[in-house]
Design a protein around this ligand. Structure first.
Ligand code: 5GP
Ligand code: MN
Length: 331
């Protein structure tokens, strides 16, 4: 049985509005955030599957490169990554999945027609309700969990593709069932998905055990920069743009999670220099620090225990800025 909570009435009402819009319209886009992760992609492709079961025209569009480890997701190869692609057409409805604000959609923000209805389905506490319809469930483990609730309401036909996407979205955002958002509900849903044909071993194999050699070398390089701050309560590491340029296809998703292994750390952060002197920073925390608030200082956001921001400057300056911003928690 799936556990129900107090927001269930809202979820049902909004799911009904979404179901009505699906019935009335024919042309849809589904999209997710830049630097797409397993949860965003799985949620987007789940919505595409539902819409296609209702014989709708659906375009999946993401304004970024899609990590190849997700190439086993149903209709992965149909995702369009060029916002000027001639196949886009004019959508009546646009679904944004796993995006906490409109700028997280990259240039897709600029090409959504004014006439389209924007439906925002998400689980970030920092979500700013940018949609015409907003289904935001802050206590959900993942956008895939929220999307699954809509699919259930719409009586999606179950098959192993649906099960694989729901399961994958949830494991990606719960750190393979290790983060505090690994709720009874998330586990219940995953159990159901395994019964419906999701293979936990195959999915783990595809997502986690196919890293390129460059990715592992990138991890080694990042770990070699490990530093501790505030008597070991904060751990940081950096990957330079020079290194990224010398090695193709480094997938840094999950690098920061290695720092969680250190006993006694409370906050972990990883700085990836994606352009010269511009860093994508991933924050994690174990207990009392709300890293969403820390990321917000730098114009980013996310969740209490996992958040991100883009911060520009040379490596030393950016690191000092972050360490300074954490001072209130650690002295
Ligand atoms: P990650 O560190 O894994 O890239 O991201 C952790 C969480 O923070 C994810 O839920 C991600 O969506 C969110 N996040 C990462 N970067 C940003 C950002 O620049 N802005 C906002 N609003 N959220 C972010
Ligand atoms: Mn997510």
């Amino acid at each position: 049985m799936i556990h129900r909570d107090s927001t269930m009435n809202d979820i049902t009402n909004i799911s009904k509005q979404i179901a009505d819009l699906i019935n009335k319209h024919q042309n849809f886009w589904v999209t997710t955030h830049i630097h797409p992760d397993g949860d965003g992609l799985a949620s987007m492709l789940l919505m595409k599957l539902l819409l296609e079961q209702h014989s709708k025209n659906v375009i999946a569009i993401v304004d970024d490169h899609i990590p190849r480890k997700f190439d086993f997701f149903h209709s992965f190869h149909e995702i369009i990554t060029d916002v000027a692609d001639g196949r886009l057409g004019q959508p009546d409805i646009v679904f944004a999945l796993d995006a906490s604000n409109i700028s997280r959609l990259g240039d897709i923000e600029k090409i959504i027609p004014k006439s389209a209805t924007l439906i925002n389905i998400d689980h970030h506490v920092s979500n700013d309700y940018f949609g015409d319809i907003n289904l935001v469930v802050g206590e959900a483990s993942s956008a895939a969990e929220v999307t699954w609730q809509v699919l259930e309401y719409c009586n999606v036909k179950m098959n192993s593709n649906v099960a694989t996407l729901v399961y994958s979205g949830i494991i990606c955002d719960t750190g393979r069932f290790t983060f505090p958002n690994t709720s009874a509900r998330a586990l219940d849903i995953c159990s159901k998905m395994v019964s419906e044909g999701a293979s936990s071993a195959d999915i783990a194999d595809k997502i986690y055990f196919r890293s390129s050699q460059s990715t592992i070398l990138g991890l080694v390089e990042s770990l070699s920069t490990l530093q501790f701050h505030y008597q070991g309560k904060v751990a940081s590491m950096v990957l330079s743009n020079d290194f990224m340029c010398k090695h193709d296809h480094i997938d840094t998703e999950g690098f920061v999670d290695n720092l969680l292994a250190v006993d006694g750390t409370e906050v972990e952060f990883f700085m990836k220099e994606h352009n010269k002197d511009c860093f994508r920073v991933s924050f994690r925390s174990k207990n009392h620090v709300d890293v969403n608030e820390v990321a917000k200082i730098f114009g980013g956001g996310g969740h209490r225990r996992a958040a991100g921001a883009t911060i520009c400057g040379d490596a030393q300056t950016v690191k000092l800025k972050i360490v300074d911003a954490l001072e209130t928690f650690f002295n």
